[in-house]
Design a protein. Structure first.
Length: 324
């Protein structure tokens, strides 16, 4: 019986750290951008100013990882790499990958956090608040925001309150699509600089404004859609109840609250991503964690929200929609 037990699942988890390092190295070294244009390894090495042998080892590993293809000694990006790992693509995901590496390098080891039960509130938090984090969140929000814009018709809505809106990714995609919709992004002052850069580049400054401040403290303007895009997992139950009540008070009749989250299943044993993410929140916040649909639904019901439903968006992103 014991002979049937193999090391494979554990070794594949262990190796995933290596494959992640290979991916981050390739993103940092600009490999996918160059391979999009140049296929010959000698020319790639000239362009990247890298020695041939280490570069070839890297490229061959990326082939094994199914991110590149090798034909007649030439290297090509697989379609998935052209779409997500080439900077000029509007689905670019590289900043998100680099943010993960950065945060892992600069946080306490998870075993320390579990032993002490204390979050890492040192320099790492300052790092995360910086531009790199906001860019990473921008990458991360593209796919769910696009799916959301197709899932719900916001044509009868006028004012979106994007609480902790980061780069403004959701506000940009939704106001670009729905003519009557304007948005206010509530964000920390340091982040608002980056938000406005994204709005100038991808959106419309006449339709999106920033409201600088702490979302626990600033007065919310009246609105008919409130959006919490990956916000609740950073906060405790008490803090989330406070925020949802604050929204309810300023939400117009028939208004909506929209929550995107990495939801746990009801016994909190999966899916894998929200379970990993909950550990991540243990490292990075003072009360945050992944929540289940039932938990969030109960808070919303107790406050007075009605018709509460959830829908899968994309990957680990789920949306919860509730009505006033
Ligand atoms: C995980 S990001 C989500 C960004 C965006 N909503 C999205 O879906 O991509 C959380 C954002 O909340 C902001 N944030 C965290 N605490 C905040 C606070 N107390 N007041 C205002 N913004 C805050 C952070 O700066 C960050 O941009």
């Amino acid at each position: 019986m014991d002979n049937e037990i193999t090391i494979e699942p554990i070794s594949s988890i262990t190796t995933s750290l290596w494959t992640f390092r290979v991916l981050t190295a390739a993103v940092k070294l600009n490999v996918f951008n160059v391979v999009e244009q140049i296929q010959d390894v000698k020319k790639i090495s000239d362009e990247l100013k890298l020695e041939l042998d280490p570069l070839e080892r890297l490229l061959n590993t990326l082939v094994a990882m199914e991110l590149l293809e090798k034909k007649a000694n030439l290297y090509f990006n697989k379609p998935i790499s052209s779409k997500f790992l080439v900077k000029s693509s509007n689905a670019y995901y590289g900043d998100f990958i680099l943010m993960n590496e950065e945060s892992d390098n600069s946080t306490k080891a998870l075993d320390e956090v579990i032993k002490t039960g204390l979050p890492d509130t040192g320099d790492n938090r300052k790092e995360l608040a910086r531009v790199g984090f906001t860019r990473a969140m921008h990458n991360n929000a593209q796919a769910p925001a696009r799916v959301l814009s197709k899932l719900i018709d916001f044509n009868d809505k006028n004012h979106l309150l994007d609480i902790g809106g980061g780069s403004g990714a959701f506000s940009i995609i939704l106001t670009n699509k729905f003519e009557n919709l304007k948005a206010t992004v509530i964000e920390q002052p340091a982040v608002c600089i980056t938000t406005l850069e994204y709005v100038k580049r991808e959106g419309n400054l006449d339709k999106i404004e920033t409201l600088e401040g702490d979302y626990f403290k600033v007065e919310f303007p009246s609105h008919d859609i409130a959006l919490f895009g990956q916000i609740l997992h950073s906060n405790s139950v008490e803090q989330n109840n406070l925020l949802l009540k604050k929204v309810y008070e300023k939400l117009e009749e028939n208004g909506l609250v929209i929550i995107t989250e990495f939801l746990l299943n009801e016994d909190k044993t999966g899916p894998l991503f929200p379970t990993l993410f909950s550990l991540n929140m243990l490292k990075q916040t003072k009360g945050g964690r992944s929540y289940t649909f039932s938990e969030i639904k109960t808070w919303l019901e107790n406050i007075g929200f009605k018709n509460i439903e959830k829908q899968h968006l994309v990957g680990p992103h789920t949306v919860i929609i509730a009505h006033k």
